[in-house]
Design a protein. Structure first.
Length: 767
């Protein structure tokens, strides 16, 4: 056995044993020790925190071992299950015409048997639907129900499944009939469906229903090309969103009509705004309608990593509300690269994904594909995490986040400004700030641009990463925020375009930024914006004033004297006069009262080494402009797209500067300080009489892109938390390690050391 294997097994065993024993002690303790997370009378959709699903294959009708799975429900403390009911196939003896019964089902009622077992165990049931595909028999019976491309050919979901149209009778009559049948006969608490929204944005349906409805409702013929500047295409985008909201409302009405007022249809929604946009799912409007959401978000990607799951929690709860539940489908099978659905996901990989979810306010929903597996590790993987969650759920929900920084976003900006290059123009700038704030251990929230007037209260600064498309009401809310003393960090084309993505004569917030855009600036042109964002040349940004004359090292005759001190925003960069950049910049006009801290250095040769010297070492093209007016908030406008560059290149100087801008505009009003080695994602909450701090150790994430199979402890770490009113800080509990540590309270702050963090730690300060 190699030393690495020994260490991995020791750490994995220790983590499992620690969590498992902690859960066992609490679950076996007297009732007074276990805190209740749900007051009496709480509806089922506010108290069902722990979920499980076996996504049933048709062969499972012959082998579903219900007694064994009931024991698994007990082992994991499951409170709600997701059970396949119908859609593509039925797992009960349906009487709805053309609703095919699962192969091998015969007259058996597998869905009904599972519902009965769950009822006997006091478990809530979601009937799982899959409604976006149908076989050849349905297509041949009703070809008018299905989507068509521009040539009249049907779209397919998979090789053998035809894709129904969101505007046809399949979605609007056939599926509601199934919902009513299931609700009336089985009385599930609700329905969920991950495939409810039809064709994605990349495909336009030209069926007779879509042609007629679009012409009647929007006055256009369906667009023939993807042209964001064409009125018909813009209208089709907005109409497509509206059609999905109609389906949401229709299915909820059908569920309640047959199942009662608390029978919910909750569909599913992904964990990212981009995924929702591609499926025409309006995140904000869906959350405003929903009593809870089910998140179809199963694995990390290479850009946001594990931290992306905590970000999903902030995103969904920022719209849904922090008192509501958002269980997430956590795949127990291998999800890295190709999904091997019958092979177990490494426990450390699942653990880090799950604890990030818990830190972000997401509930566990353990997801199996098939009800029988030869890889039996799948069954052990969730046990320790389930016990820990059950033991500590009183501090995990409900609660309110504590932060002074808000990241502003909107789905409309992603659609109409990002268009077909949303990752380049919208996601990357936002991701750069998210990564910078995570590494700087600065708590933050997401703030939808339409909710600024209501949700910005209590925040000290707002960050707008290339939020190009903005409405007048959003701009007015930002003006009021800054006028009231709030800070602002804005980058790139923020406020340059109207809600349709068309450029205005200037930034709508030009006077707030202290910057005006010349008429011929390339940022005004959509194509130039894309080319500039994609460019990666050998350019730099010059820091002002230049200090190298007083820094040890060789000196040149023409270097400028170090005449004055730098602005606090540039603190920590005293030993360099250049920052690596890689982008391009056009001139902007700067208000005389504003201050320019970075200027553009044009490209220089990268090869051969003999040519790597600058012919043009300086320009007056601003890269960073700061404004600070009496009685108003501090404002930073970053013309240089360091947010995007940091997301792509991960240069530490760029991340340091982004975090520094946030701290300066917030006047250093940050409620948390965490000092120590490693990458730690920090989530801070309050509950009556206490604060709850999640610290997630993401250090292992940087080890490689494959699945994590080893936890690397970090420490020591020193934590300081500002105590809110009503919390004096008399006691500290560490819910993961169970260790005792000294708690010091001084000047309204509570401080304590942590010896080490393996995967995560949750600190509860109360009293």
């Amino acid at each position: 056995m190699t030393p690495r294997t020994t260490r991995r097994r020791f750490l994995g065993t220790a983590a499992l044993a620690g969590a498992g024993l902690a859960g066992a002690r609490v679950l076996g303790a007297p009732a007074a020790r276990v805190e209740s997370a749900s007051p009496a009378g709480t509806p089922w959709y506010r108290r069902t925190l722990r979920w499980m699903q076996t996504n049933i294959a048709e062969i499972d009708v012959t082998r579903y071992d219900i007694p064994w799975w009931r024991e698994q429900w007990k082992r994991t403390g499951t409170q709600g299950i997701v059970v396949n009911a119908g859609g593509i196939v039925a797992y009960y003896p349906t009487r709805v015409p053309l609703h095919r019964r699962a192969e091998f089902l015969g007259e058996r009622d597998l869905f009904g048997e599972l519902v009965q077992a769950a009822r006997q165990d006091g478990i809530v049931v979601f009937a799982r639907m899959d409604s976006n595909g149908a076989g050849a028999d349905v297509y041949q019976a009703h070809p008018e129900w299905f989507t068509r491309d521009a040539e009249g050919k049907p779209y397919f979901r998979d090789q053998d499944l035809y894709a129904p149209c969101i505007n046809g009778r399949y979605y609007r009559e056939h599926i509601p009939a199934i919902l009513r049948e299931v609700a009336a006969n089985y009385r599930p608490e609700g329905f969920t469906d991950n495939a409810w929204s039809g064709l994605p944005r990349a495909s336009i349906c030209y069926c007779a229903s879509c042609r007629a409805r679009f012409k009647d409702e929007r006055g256009h013929a369906l667009p023939v090309t993807r042209d964001w500047n064409a009125p018909a295409y813009r209208a089709w985008i907005e109409w497509s969103y509206a059609c999905r909201l109609e389906i949401w409302d229709l299915y909820n009405a059908a569920a309640r009509e047959a199942g009662g007022p608390e029978c919910l249809w909750v569909g599913m929604i992904g964990g990212t705004l981009g995924g929702a946009a591609n499926a025409f799912r309006d995140y904000r409007e869906i959350c405003r309608r929903a009593q809870m959401v089910m998140l179809d978000h199963q694995r990390r990607d290479e850009t946001s990593g594990f931290a992306g799951n905590g970000q999903t929690g902030k995103l969904v709860h920022g719209l849904l509300g922090w008192e509501k539940l958002a269980p997430e489908s956590m795949a127990l099978y291998q999800t890295a690269g190709v999904s091997f659905r019958l092979s177990a996901r490494p426990e450390p990989e699942l653990r880090l994904w799950a604890v990030e979810a818990f830190a972000g306010g997401i509930q566990p929903w353990w997801h199996y594909v098939n009800a029988y597996h030869e890889d039996r590790r799948l069954y052990a993987t969730p046990l320790a995490l389930s016990r820990w969650y059950a033991a500590n759920q009183a501090v995990l929900h409900p609660r309110q986040p504590v932060a002074t920084v808000g990241i502003v976003y909107s789905q409309r900006n992603l659609d109409f400004f990002g268009r077909d290059d949303a990752d380049l123009l919208v996601h990357q700038p936002q991701r750069g700030f998210l990564q910078a704030l995570t590494r700087a251990r600065i708590p933050y929230l997401f703030v939808h641009a339409d909710d600024l007037a209501n949700t910005a209260a209590g925040l000290r600064t707002l960050v707008l990463p290339n939020v190009g498309a903005m409405a007048d009401a959003q701009i007015a809310a930002l003006r009021a925020f800054v006028a009231g003393g709030g800070g602002l960090v804005a980058t790139g084309a923020t406020s340059l375009c109207d809600p349709s993505g068309d450029p205005r004569p200037d930034f709508a917030l030009a006077d707030v930024f202290g910057v005006r855009l010349p008429r011929d600036h390339p940022m005004r042109d959509e194509g130039s914006r894309k080319r500039g964002a994609a460019e990666n040349s050998h350019t730099y940004l010059r820091l002002t004033p230049e200090l190298r004359a007083r820094v040890p090292g060789p000196h040149a005759p023409d270097e400028p004297p170090a005449a004055s001190a730098r602005h606090p925003v540039l603190r920590g960069l005293d030993e360099t006069d250049l920052l690596a950049y890689g982008g391009t910049l056009g001139p902007v006009e700067v208000d005389p009262s504003a201050r320019v801290l970075l200027t553009f250095v044009p490209p220089r040769p990268a090869f051969p080494p003999e040519a790597v010297w600058s012919r043009h070492t300086k320009t007056d093209i601003p890269g960073l402009v700061l404004s600070e007016r009496p009685g108003s908030g501090r404002v930073a406008y970053l013309a240089a797209d360091l947010d995007r560059r940091y997301a792509r290149d991960h240069f530490p100087d760029a991340g340091h500067l982004l975090a520094s801008l946030v701290r300066w505009t917030a006047r250093d009003d940050i409620p948390l300080s965490v000092e120590g080695p490693g990458m730690i994602d920090c989530h801070l909450y309050r509950q009556p009489g206490r604060v709850v701090l999640h610290l997630v150790n993401l250090t292992s994430e940087a080890a490689g892109r494959g699945p994590v199979d080893e936890l690397i402890p970090i420490g020591p770490v020193r934590v300081r938390v500002r105590l809110p009113p009503g919390v004096s800080g008399r006691a500290l509990r560490l819910l993961v390690s169970g260790r005792r540590t000294a708690l010091e309270v001084r000047d309204g702050w509570a401080g304590f050391p942590l010896e080490s963090i393996a995967d995560h730690e949750v600190a509860v300060i109360e009293g």
